[in-house]
Design a protein around this ligand. Structure first.
Ligand code: SF4
Length: 274
């Protein structure tokens, strides 16, 4: 079937294109997204899509970037305090109506959309709008749940180094996505703080046990050093005594006197006169 595949961006096109082509669809990609703001973001997403499509010989057609029409049709809903669901419904309606009109004018038989791969889109509302867009032209709405392939699309687009935006397209979605990220960050910080508070007594007990072990070790070491010093002092004393004993003269002679022997008495001959 000659099918026009409406694409919201390059990363979201990877899996739907692969799956539909494998089913025999003769595909052309339609980048018709007046919702994407600002214009530089629109250009970036289109360039990313084109780079991949050109490298794979996939034809791409581009719609008119009519942000005035988008604001009047969809943006005004949020500007007037309406719910996101209504804004997105009108956003899908505008883009898919443009794609359906183009498909009919160029003899296509079916219309599909890569929006069906993103878990962040409103799946049922998008389906309803695709069916409604096809009806006036007798086109076949090629609707499949591509969402189980979203992780593959994420992996593959990262591998290809594709630009991956962090918001759906309109400036409302940019603000909403930023608020959600901030809320998730706050939630993670609160969770970390809660876990820290839970673990604090355990960590304090562990720290006290470590400090006690350190003190015990220091006391043991001091005791060992004192014992060794006492042993060394005792050995030195014995050694000194032994040395003193060894250096004393005759100190070891058996029964000997300790001083010089007395000089023998000298007999003085008596004078004898006759
Ligand atoms: S969030 Fe996405 S689908 Fe919804 S209005 Fe904005 S660009 Fe459109």
């Amino acid at each position: 079937m000659k099918t026009l595949l409406h694409a919201c961006c390059g990363p979201c096109s990877l899996e739907p294109y692969k799956l539909l082509a494998a089913q025999g669809h003769d595909l052309t990609i339609a980048f018709m997204n007046s919702n994407i703001q600002p214009r530089a973001e629109y250009d970036h997403r289109l360039a990313t899509l084109r780079a991949w499509a050109d490298a794979n010989g996939i034809p791409v057609v581009e719609g008119a970037w009519d942000d005035v029409a988008w604001r009047a049709e969809a943006g005004a809903i949020t500007a007037q305090g309406g719910p996101r669901e209504d804004r997105c419904r009108h956003c899908y309606r505008l883009r898919l109506a443009e794609a359906a009109a183009w498909a009919a004018a160029h003899d296509f038989e079916g219309l599909s959309t890569t929006l069906a791969v993103s878990p962040y889109q409103l799946f049922d509302i998008c389906h309803e709008e695709l069916v409604a867009a096809c009806r006036p032209y007798g086109l076949t709405p090629v609707w499949q749940d591509f969402r189980p392939h979203y992780p593959d699309a994420t992996r593959e687009s990262r591998k290809l180094g594709m630009y991956r935006q962090n918001y759906c397209g309109c400036l409302y979605s940019k603000a909403e996505a930023a608020a959600e990220r901030a809320a998730r960050k706050r939630q993670r910080a609160a969770e970390r703080a809660r876990r820290e508070a839970e673990l604090a007594p355990v960590r304090a007990a562990e720290e006290a046990a470590r400090a006690q072990k350190k003190r015990d070790r220091a006391a043991y070491d001091a005791k060992q050093r004192a014992k060794k010093a006492a042993r060394n002092a005792a050995r030195a004393k014995l050694k000194a005594e032994a040395a003193a004993a060894a250096s004393a003269p005759n100190a070891a002679a058996p029964g000997g006197a300790s001083a010089a022997a007395p000089a023998p008495a000298t007999a003085t001959p008596a004078a004898h006169s006759a």
